[in-house]
Design a protein around this ligand. Sequence first.
Ligand code: SF4
Length: 317
Amino acid sequence: MVVEQQLRAYVDYLRDMGIYDLYRREDPKVMLPEGLKERLAVARPAAPVVRSAAATQAVAAQGVGARTSVAASAAAAGAARMVSVAREAVPTAVDPEWREVESSMPKPPSLDAVGVVPVERLAAGERAVALQAVREDIGECTRCPLAYAGRRNIVFGDGDPNARLMFVGEGPGADEDETGVPFVGKAGQLLNNMITAMGLKREEVYIANIVKCRPPANRVPEFVEATTCSQFLARQIDVVRPEVIVALGATAATYLLGVKQPLASLRGQWHSVRGAKVAVTYHPAFLLRDPRQKGEAWKDLQRVMVEMGLSAPRRAT
Ligand code: SF4
């Protein structure tokens, strides 16, 4: 049923984008397998959000801009790829090894491509209001297929609008979808512990994700979803202007930096996006599955601490 919902979400999205000829194309890459059209005909999305064609065009004209064009052109490929995903076991959402073998995905643009980074930083007292304005722009967003895939809440971001340090994950899970707050489940607990180990409190950092709506069954966000949604993340970064961003996992690194590289090759060096230094480490959910990598993640965080002049809290003796 989840697969049917995902497929239906893509069909609805393509229809909203004005793409009606998917079934008539002769490119074998987008031909649907025997019987799938019938399955799509009976499948229904969970809690669909309906948007008129006029509203869709208005959204496209308003500012999604070039990135939406990229997203739209990738949508057909994404829908076709769903078919092959449907036949396979859906990989775990944050498994970097899986991301490394996901070679069919186009190289995404980096978040630097969203637009020019504002020269002037907002005054500290203005940033909370500016973040609220970004949230209001998102509204009850239907800009990508995740709007049609059963989300309960848009998970915008959490933390200090004046934070020096920002964490960026992949997307909301079930707990986050339920509460509307990023990183509140078991992975969130581990992230909290990581922040504490760095000598900080969660309230002192800012936390957001590449996509703001939960992908069904916690699958990895599709290219079209991530490249459409990450414009809002870019605006959050521009408002907060953190000194350092920690990319949690391969998906966050991929769409922040616009790279298609294994996670291992991105760790241990500094990158940059939108004026902030970027460090790459494992996603907490991956560390829960493979605790042997916690030491490696701690090395990554220690480099961040040195960069920011942070000291680990003293342990009670
Ligand atoms: S994931 Fe982002 S772009 Fe897609 S519907 Fe949600 S808020 Fe909109």
